[in-house]
Design a protein around this ligand. Structure first.
Ligand code: ZN
Ligand code: ZN
Length: 455
């Protein structure tokens, strides 16, 4: 072959090779990084509270339209849905949250938030992206741009969503109720990531199976009979019944749940009475319950009801206590088949040592709502800690600020680059599988608990 022929061949085939199988994910990320970082800075300095993410959603929508996506706004409140259709194949969803928290930022960063807002009760609060959702949005934008520029490297339908109100666990439900999976294509798999200081920036962690905890909030109203503090014999004192109930609750995890099973039961508030010489006619308490397994969750919720009723009966309460499970969200379940399958593309994109397996965490989040719709889910942990500070903390046995801390400050450059890199690797891999191939990889769906705590 002459040198001229070789040059022609290279000229024709090289760009094709790069378009079909990009070999340098670092270069791809570098090309979109300025857009992603400038969105990060803007969002970090202009955070908005849950279900009020008007400007945040509008900014994300503008950028995604610019990148070539078909964008619908106001889905389930401030939710954003962006679609990129690229021939036949699977539909894969990538989700970011939009909301920030009522936290006063104390990181001292030059771009720290100074925003104040009114919360839903009308109180004046400081607002901060203390959970890192600004980084998730920036990562999603970088990913969106790469996917739009490299359509030859994948096929199918890419569905990107900006979800409002993750912190109050409202947003996923409001989007689903507003037709997320009926007005738009229902995904064959759903993907999300969350930044935290549990790993150094540049790394990701996979947790196959249960990723985080079921969360249940229970309110109990105990009824008594009020009267004068000097004549308790004429009353039924709900404070005494409530105190006994709180103590009896301590035996649920320690005496009833099998040792080794994760279970947390906390009485977070107990309210009763107005004055020292008045016995009130009722007492109220609020509990949070965290579990990994549905059977343990059901066991604890049933024990709470049984003990509350029995203690009220023991105290001769005039009526049964009111036990209300007023809020609950399921644990996020990472499809074990998907988690196993996606380890390889992640290792190829980030390097083998930058992908680790991690145990579940006790926090909760509403990505589980999508999984409950029968969609296999993959929820990835993204390292956010400055690698040097991470090593120091490990050596000295200290901990770095957790999410929701006024000091939470991810090491943006390496974390954001790794986030984009990981998302692109996962999406390309999943999109290049047919729905049938995906079904073969994923595990059978897990039966979820409904709003009443029943299977
Ligand atoms: Zn959070
Ligand atoms: Zn979060």
């Amino acid at each position: 072959m002459t040198r001229r022929k070789l040059c022609v061949l290279l000229f024709v085939f090289l760009p094709l090779l790069f378009a079909v199988a990009p070999t340098s994910s670092t270069q791809e990320v570098t090309s979109v990084y300025p857009d992603a970082y400038s969105l990060y800075l803007d969002l970090h300095q202009n955070p908005e509270l849950s279900m009020h993410e008007t400007q945040t959603a509008a900014k994300l929508a503008v950028q995604l339209r610019k990148a070539g996506y078909e964008v619908t706004e106001h889905v389930g409140g401030t939710g954003v849905v962006a679609i990129l259709r690229n021939g036949s194949g699977s539909t894969i969803m990538l989700r970011t949250e939009l909301d920030a928290l009522p936290v006063e930022e104390k990181t001292g960063l030059p771009y720290a938030s100074k925003v104040r807002a009114k919360d839903d009760s009308g109180a004046d609060v400081r607002v901060m992206h203390a959970c890192g959702h600004d980084l998730h949005m920036a990562s999603l934008l970088g990913t969106a741009e790469i996917m739009a520029r490299t359509k030859k490297a994948w096929h199918g339908t890419l569905l990107l969503i900006g979800q409002p109100g993750e912190e109050g666990f409202d947003g996923a439900n409001t989007m689903v109720r507003d037709g997320l999976f009926t007005r738009f294509p229902k995904p064959d798999a759903a993907v999300a990531l969350h930044v935290a200081n549990a790993q150094p920036a540049g790394m990701v962690a996979i947790t196959p199976g249960v990723y985080n905890a079921n969360s249940d909030s229970v309110r109990i109203t105990i009824y008594g009979r009020g009267g004068h503090g000097s004549a308790p014999n004429t009353t039924i004192d709900p404070i005494v019944i409530a105190a006994r109930t709180v103590l009896a609750f301590q035996t649920i995890v320690s005496r009833e749940v099998k040792p080794g099973e994760m279970a947390v039961l906390t009485v977070g508030y107990l309210r009763a009475g107005t004055k020292e010489n008045i016995i009130p006619d009722q007492a109220e308490m609020g509990l949070t319950v965290r579990t990994y397994k549905q059977e343990i969750r059901r066991q604890i919720l049933a024990a709470i009801e049984r003990i509350a009723k029995a203690e009220a009966a023991a105290g001769a309460a005039p009526r049964e206590p009111l036990v209300e499970r007023y809020f609950g969200t399921d644990a996020v379940y990472n499809d074990p088949g998907l988690a196993e399958h996606l380890r390889t593309p992640l290792e190829l994109a980030l390097g083998k040592t930058n992908v680790v397996i991690a145990p579940p965490i006790t926090a909760s989040e509403d990505f589980s709502v999508y999984v409950a719709q029968g969609i296999p889910g993959f929820y990835l942990s993204l390292g956010g800690a400055d690698p040097e500070k991470f090593a120091d903390a490990k050596a000295t046995g200290t901990t770095l600020p957790s999410n929701h801390s006024p000091l939470f400050a991810p090491d943006v450059d390496p974390a954001l680059r790794a986030g984009i890199n990981a998302e692109v690797a996962v999406l390309r891999d999943l999109l290049n599988m047919s729905p049938e191939e995906l079904r073969r990889v994923t595990s059978p769906p897990l039966t979820q608990v409904d709003d009443e705590g029943r299977r």
